[in-house]
Design a protein around this ligand. Sequence first.
Ligand code: HQG
Length: 185
Amino acid sequence: MLDLNVNISKFLSLILRHAPERIGLHLDANGWVAVDDLLNAAEVHGTVISRDLLDRIVFGNDKQRFAFSPDELRIRANQGHSLHVDLELTPTDPPPVLYHGTATRFLPSIRSQGLQSMSRLHVHLSATREQAYRVGTRHGPPVVLEVDAEGMADAGHLFFLSANGVWLTEFVPVQFVEFSIETSR
Ligand code: HQG
């Protein structure tokens, strides 16, 4: 059951963040899609998801990747999109330091270009070193970089806090990245 949930969660991430057209759906400007449309389209394309399972994934998901609208008729991903959706997030003052987990192989490029959002809308930053470390392991041998979020905010960069606690910003210039602690967890 755990594996099934993981597979369905990955499928939902693909559809709700990156490629709704794969099953003939469109997200609205704020990233929402009707739950009935999602479940019907998924079934037509070979992935049967009951409403009960969807509820368990939305409410039980460790990272709270998805959210229902207040009336529970619509669903969207809380962050991580490559599609241009407006999640209606309010700029929020960040803590003094945030963390970014990445792979050692990306360091030369990060040193020259800063942290880029790559295929997503934002650079993803974590409130704790431990969370960042876990994110970094997804790409290979990980490193955790410290970001001077306070300095960035003072310089006018905007930060947003997603509904599931991920800090988002458009770009982190290299002068706000601390590389010297890169090998520690
Ligand atoms: C790296 C997961 C070269 C960046 C996680 C990262 C997160 C650069 C990779 C969410 C670079 C992009 C996002 C540069 C950044 N040169 N590489 N200048 N700037 N990079 O997956 O932050 O499980 O798009 O360090 O928990 O790893 O999907 O971003 O290694 O919250 O819900 O380019 O995805 O959430 O990789 O992860 P990603 P990410 P979910």
